[in-house]
Design a binder for this molecule. Structure first.
Ligand code: NAD
Length: 275
């Protein structure tokens, strides 16, 4: 593929666990060019991002100023894409900056609130810029959610357990929230009360989503990203479970999102919408 046809990609949070995988995946994708890398970790700023990611020198220095790197993505023949795996505290501002520069955001960072998502959707619409917010890039998780949607037509009782490593800042996971929202779209009321419940320890029954689905969050070293959806009915339990054991599992979804976002003119939420 000719160089000029490549999608220019900026990775934000490039020194992080996900960011380093994205750097590797983008630098190996024939139709993409890594044009910039950002991270606010002062220990790595100025270093070559390929060395940080462990895939050999890429001649792309890690910088700590997102805006100056976004400019690099606008100086190419085709519109650039920013992949963001940073922190729930900064993701909203990062997306606004990318859209303002005409760079299409692909957001893996979780923790955006409903209000922030609504605001970003309106902003992307006004700017006529595509954006993708994907709480889980794993194609296996999309399949689990689709199976859960099917099961929910036949079960009234459902709870979600999500399990992650203990460096994860937000709870419950964006994927668990999204799964509950998808089940809510069926318009059903779940978990009709059977008894008057009393928690002797606050949070014992997990958090309860708007859809009345209990979500339980486990945080332990040794875990990466896992989710169970449990459907119960008299005499039977139907459990759906997805386990991620390596961050490489997210990369086919990330690369697909980078390609698809270039065709969009609005903000889309969820990998299932582009599969
Ligand atoms: P991490 O802590 O390993 O990496 C985050 C990196 O971002 C760090 O290097 C940090 O220095 C940098 N950073 C933080 N704030 C920044 C800012 N304002 N500007 C630039 N750099 C900044 O975390 P991680 O495990 O890579 O996860 C990052 C995010 O991605 C989390 O929100 C996590 O929940 C989410 N995540 C999403 C998926 C998915 O499929 N969507 C999968 C895994 C993780």
């Amino acid at each position: 593929m000719a160089d000029q046809a490549k999608i220019p990609v900026v990775v934000n949070g490039a020194a992080g666990k996900m960011g380093r995988e994205v750097v590797k995946a983008v630098s190996q994708a024939e139709d993409m060019e890594l044009v910039g890398a950002v991270d606010r970790n002062p220990n790595v700023v100025g270093e070559d991002v390929g060395i940080i990611a462990g895939c050999g020198e890429l001649e792309v220095p890690l910088l700590n100023d997102l805006q100056s790197v976004l400019v690099l993505a606008t100086q190419q023949e085709i519109q650039g894409v920013m992949v963001d795996f940073t922190h729930p505290n900064s993701v909203y501002e990062n997306v606004r900056s990318a859209i303002a520069y005409g760079v299409r955001p692909v957001i893996g960072t979780t923790g955006l609130t409903d209000d922030q998502l609504k605001d970003l959707t309106e902003f992307a619409e006004k700017a006529s810029t595509g954006a993708l917010v994907v709480p889980n890039f794993s194609i296996g998780m999309v399949l689990l959610q689709q199976a859960a949607l099917q099961a929910a037509q036949y079960f009234e009782n459902v709870e979600i357990i999500e399990l992650h490593h203990n460096q994860k800042a937000d709870a419950p996971s964006g994927t668990a929230i999204k799964t509950a929202q998808m089940l809510a779209e069926l318009g059903k009321t779940y978990n009709p009360p059977q008894v008057e419940e009393k928690e002797h320890l606050a949070g014992a029954r997990g958090s309860v989503s708007e859809e009345n689905i209990n979500i339980h969050s486990v945080r332990l070293p040794g875990l990466l990203a896992h989710q169970e959806v449990l459907f119960g009915a008299p005499g039977q339990l139907y459990t759906l479970r997805h386990d991620t054991s390596d961050r490489a599992s997210f990369m086919p979804g990330v690369l697909l999102a980078v390609r698809k976002v270039t065709e969009l003119r609005t903000l889309i939420y969820g990998l299932e919408k582009i599969l």
